[in-house]
Design a protein around this ligand. Structure first.
Ligand SMILES: [Zn+2]
Length: 132
């Protein structure tokens, strides 16, 4: 894990940020709270899921964090921690495609519910992506 987060301290720090951010999750329809924390050279950027009554306009926490970062001119990230106290929040296909747009194949994806965690690279989760 050369490029990933090193050690439990960093993981705990990121989890703490995610746990603070998830309080802003807007999910009155699914009641599935999710937050995401991008981490790397450009620091950390958080996002939460934002749902909508029309369902289709809902945006996942990962994409909120990524779009927020890109809109602030930040693209240098090593990975993303995705957290939910309501289950394991594996990124959906749309978020995996969006990650592919901005991050390398060894981009690290940490999925956690606070008590267990799984680590993947972007390539592992989305090996055949669409790129122009
Ligand atoms: Zn998603």
């Amino acid at each position: 894990m050369a490029r990933g987060i090193e050690g439990r301290t960093d993981f705990r720090k990121l989890l703490k940020l995610a746990q603070k951010a998830v309080k802003n999750s807007y999910c009155p329809y699914s009641n599935f709270r999710v937050s995401a924390v991008l981490f790397g050279e450009d620091g950390t950027v958080t996002g939460v899921n934002v749902e909508n009554a029309s369902y289709g306009l809902t945006v996942c926490a990962e994409r909120v964090a990524i779009f927020k970062a890109v809109s602030e001119g930040k693209r240098k990230f090593r990975g993303i921690l995705i957290y939910s106290p309501d289950g394991m929040p594996y990124p959906c296909g749309a978020c995996r495609q969006v990650m592919t747009e901005f991050f390398p194949t060894d981009f690290e994806i940490l999925v956690t519910n606070g008590s267990s965690e799984e680590r993947f690279t972007l390539k592992e989760l989305f090996p055949y992506n669409f790129k122009l």
